[in-house]
Ligand binder design. Structure first.
Ligand code: DAV
Length: 326
C-alpha cells in the first residue's frame, strides 16, 4: 500500500528535477493561476541557467540526506522535456492508499507533466494509476481574479485541481478551494478515492496556489499553521479544530532571482516530514526550528536557494510514495 498520510516513516519518495524548467507560452491559464497577484509573467523560455544549476545542486544535497536516512529516492524521467517543469512532482501526482491520480492541472502547460512520473509506479503491481483529462477552455478561467484575491481563477465548468491542493491524513483528505482547485475538483477527488477516505474542503483561507505553504501535518493531532492565512482554528475543517497547532513564526525571506518570483516567503511551512520526530526545513528558518523542537521534532536544515524563484520547497519538490502505514 502507498502512503496515506504526511508524517509516518518515509520509505520511498520522488524528488523533482529542475532540468528543463521554463516559463511556458503566455495564456489565460498562466495569467490567472500563477500571476493573479504577481505582475506579469516573465518572457517565455528556459529559466536562467544559474537558477536551474543551483536548484539541482541543492536537490543533490537533499538526496544525499534522504539516502543517509535510508529513504529510497525515485526521479522523474530524464527523457521528459517539460513544457513547464518537473521540479514539483507534488503539484501533479496524488498518492493515497493503492491509488495514484494525475490531477486535472490548472495550468494548460502542465497537462502532460504526469508522463514524467508514470513509469515510477510500474513497480507496484496492485496500484491503480488514473489520469484526468480536461478541456481547459477559456471559460474555465475568470480573469477578474487578477489583482483581486476575493475572485478565484477557476470557474466550475469542469473539475480542475493541482494535487498540491490536497493534504492527507489517513482516512481524511483536506482540499483547498483556491486558484489552483475548484469545488468540482473536490467532488471528483471524493469520487476517485471512494470509501477509502473522506474529502474535507478548506475555503476562504488562501486564494492562490496550493495548501502546502498554509498547513503542514506533523503527526496525528499536531499541525503547523500559517497565521497570515489561518487566523483562527474555526477556519479549519471540524476534524482539525481540536488538533494542537504550532503557529509558524514569521518566515525568513530567502528572496528570489530578480524578475522571477513564483511564491511567498511562507514556503518556510513547506517542509517534508521524514517521520514524526524529524522534518526537513529550509536552512534559514531557525525560529520555526525552535518552535518545532519544543514538540520534540528535530529539523534537518538544508538549502533550497531557488525555492521562491521556482515556487517550491521540500514538500512541493517531493511526493511521498511509500510510508510505513499506520
Ligand atoms: O505561498 O506562495 C507556494 C506554492 C506551494 N506549492 C505560496 C505558495
Amino acid at each position: 500500500m502507498l502512503s496515506r498520510n504526511e508524517y509516518s516513516q518515509l520509505k520511498t519518495v520522488i524528488v523533482g528535477d529542475a532540468t528543463g524548467a521554463k516559463i511556458p507560452k503566455h495564456d489565460i491559464s498562466l495569467r490567472c493561476v500563477n500571476y493573479a497577484d504577481n505582475g506579469t509573467p516573465p518572457e517565455q523560455g528556459l529559466y536562467p541557467q544559474q537558477i536551474i544549476d543551483e536548484a539541482n545542486e541543492d536537490i543533490d544535497k537533499f538526496i544525499q540526506f534522504l539516502t543517509k536516512e535510508n529513504v529510497n529516492v525515485l526521479r522523474p524521467d530524464v527523457e521528459h522535456n517539460p513544457a513547464y517543469y518537473k521540479f514539483c512532482p507534488r503539484d501533479t501526482v496524488f498518492v493515497h492508499d493503492n491509488n495514484v491520480l494525475y490531477t486535472p492541472m490548472s495550468l494548460r502547460a502542465r497537462a502532460d507533466e504526469h508522463t514524467a512520473y508514470r513509469k515510477l509506479f510500474d513497480r507496484y503491481e496492485s496500484v491503480q494509476q488514473e489520469t484526468v483529462n480536461i478541456k481547459r477552455e477559456d471559460s474555465l478561467y475568470n480573469t477578474a481574479c487578477v489583482g483581486n484575491p476575493n475572485v478565484l481563477a477557476l470557474n466550475e465548468t469542469e473539475p480542475c485541481f493541482d494535487a498540491a491542493n490536497i493534504l492527507k491524513d489517513n482516512d481524511d483528505l483536506y482540499y483547498l478551494v483556491s486558484n489552483s482547485g475548484n469545488l468540482r475538483g473536490a467532488e471528483m477527488l471524493q469520487h476517485f478515492v471512494g470509501d477509502t477516505a473522506k474529502v474535507h474542503t478548506i475555503e476562504d483561507v488562501y486564494s492562490y496556489m496550493h495548501l502546502d505553504s498554509t498547513i503542514a501535518f506533523l503527526r496525528e493531532g499536531l499541525l503547523l499553521a500559517n497565521p497570515s492565512r489561518i487566523k483562527d482554528r474555526t477556519q479549519l475543517p471540524e476534524k482539525l479544530q481540536n488538533w494542537d497547532i504550532v503557529w509558524a513564526p514569521e518566515p525568513v525571506d530567502i528572496g528570489h532571482y530578480p524578475g522571477f518570483n513564483n511564491s511567498s516567503p511562507w514556503l518556510s511551512v513547506n517542509l517534508l516530514s521524514i517521520n514524526e520526530r524529524l522534518v526537513v526545513l529550509e536552512e534559514h528558518q531557525h525560529n520555526l526550528r525552535i518552535e518545532l523542537e519544543k514538540h520534540n521534532i528535530d529539523c534537518a536544515m538544508l538549502p533550497m536557494r531557488q525555492a521562491r524563484t521556482l515556487g517550491g520547497c521540500f514538500h512541493c519538490i517531493t511526493v511521498d510514495v511509500e510510508r510505513e502505514n499506520v
